[in-house]
Unconditional design. Structure first.
Length: 412
């Protein structure tokens, strides 16, 4: 029997610890791959010693594979030559060498010149877009295409008609695309992100929660009486950790027993550390860098509050993970957060993106933690299970395979 092979093209490392929604989605697809579909990520290694460039690595009992084409900075710091550009040239060499012949279906996770390499390729092609890309014209955007949004929009007009399916985690983007491309409107679909509740879940008892709290307090040097706040994400302009620091300056004046764990790394790490020191907040912050998902889950089980200060988002998985862990969320009003965060129920969405507004939101939720944590958080994300979302992805790939006449493993 011939098993359908799906190639995923994105410079991610499914075994690494770089936090990011796209990386998490790709990892989930690969780990949950069904028996009749094989996924191969042509990505980037964040540890060239453990996962050398060019070496094929099996995942999920061989149902998925990872082939690193380039190296990526584990701290997610941007280099002079963009990661996407290095990835494009290495992938081009890989394609020219004929090393992608066994791939049946092509999956991309953004619109960029990588797709141009397959412009005349007859194989089915899909893309998942993780933002409403009108953000390119926003002053807070740090995506490279902000320097030439017109060129990005031209790529959309060029590549969309060549694709079989375009999904996005922002419903506003799907509505806009359907208006812009009426002839292919049926190819666009909204696909919300998801959270794995087997990994991200609350403690089952007060004793288990206290044990998690004791463990995190010891490992991260958190004073036992302190309220534990958590931030998870890249330290870059999109996530705007500097806004969080400024807000915490205000919160700590009123609530001195506060400790914030920053999980993530990136180009703003030095600026964040410098600002924390300038505001004399070092005793209130712990910067942990990139961490494995299982450790993030342990942190969330010990946490009192999750805070997100982003300038823009799609449907942030970190928020879903916090809520699935029973942790209330305070967030800026970005992306699809209003689908799961409800004021006075399981957290607060601040109306304006200022230190004062974010600080007020944090203080308000801290006053009502007992009412907001637990069940109201978990219930909000119950519909966003990986089974529901991934089944759509897998069924679409099966349909594409059937149309190409490919037999699936186990088929008769």
């Amino acid at each position: 029997m011939t098993r359908c092979n799906i190639g995923i093209f994105y410079p991610a490392d499914p075994i690494g610890q770089i936090p990011g929604g796209i990386d998490t989605i790709i990892r989930s697809i690969m780990e949950q791959a069904p028996e009749d579909l094989t996924y191969t990520l042509f990505g980037a290694t964040s540890d060239a010693n453990a996962r050398p460039v060019g070496r094929k690595i099996s995942i999920a009992d061989g149902r998925s594979h990872f082939v690193p084409l380039i190296r990526a900075d584990p701290a997610a710091v941007r280099k002079l030559v963009p990661l996407s550009l290095r990835y494009f040239f290495e992938l081009r060499q890989y394609l020219r060498a004929g090393r992608l012949r066994e791939v049946d279906i092509l999956d991309f996770h953004r619109i960029d010149p990588t797709i141009a390499l397959f412009a005349h390729d007859p194989r089915p092609k899909n893309v998942m877009i993780h933002q409403d890309m009108t953000i390119l014209r926003n002053k807070d955007c740090d995506i490279g295409w902000r320097h030439a949004p017109w060129l990005y929009e031209r790529m959309e007009r060029t590549f969309f008609p060549q694709l079989d399916r375009i999904v996005c985690v922002r419903e506003s983007a799907i509505e806009r695309y359907r208006r812009m491309f009426p002839d292919i409107a049926d190819r666009f679909a909204f696909l919300p992100t998801w959270v794995d509740a087997t990994v991200f879940h609350p403690a089952t008892s007060q004793g288990e929660r206290q044990a998690a709290r004791d463990y995190i307090s010891s490992k991260c040097d958190v004073p036992p009486p302190a309220k534990l706040l958590v931030f998870v994400g890249r330290l870059d302009r999109q996530k705007d950790p500097l806004l969080l620091v400024e807000a915490m300056r205000l919160v700590c004046k009123a609530e001195p027993q506060i400790c914030v764990l920053l999980i993530g790394d990136g180009s703003l790490r030095h600026a964040v550390e410098s600002r924390i020191d300038a505001l004399n907040l070092r005793s209130h912050f712990r910067i942990l860098g990139a961490c494995a998902p299982v450790f993030v889950a342990e942190v969330l089980r010990a946490a009192d509050l999750f805070v997100m200060s982003s300038a823009y988002e799609g449907m942030p998985i970190a928020v879903l993970e916090a809520l699935a862990s029973g942790v209330p969320v305070v967030t800026t009003d970005v992306g699809e957060v209003a689908r799961v965060v409800r004021n006075g129920c399981n957290g607060e969405i601040v109306a304006v993106r200022t230190p004062e507004a974010l600080a007020d939101g944090v203080q308000n939720v801290l006053l009502h933690l007992d009412a907001l944590r637990g069940a109201p958080c978990r219930q909000a994300v119950a519909p966003y299970s990986p089974e529901r979302a991934l089944s759509q992805i897998f069924e679409h790939h099966r349909g594409q395979a059937a149309r190409r006449g490919l037999k699936r493993a186990g088929a008769t």
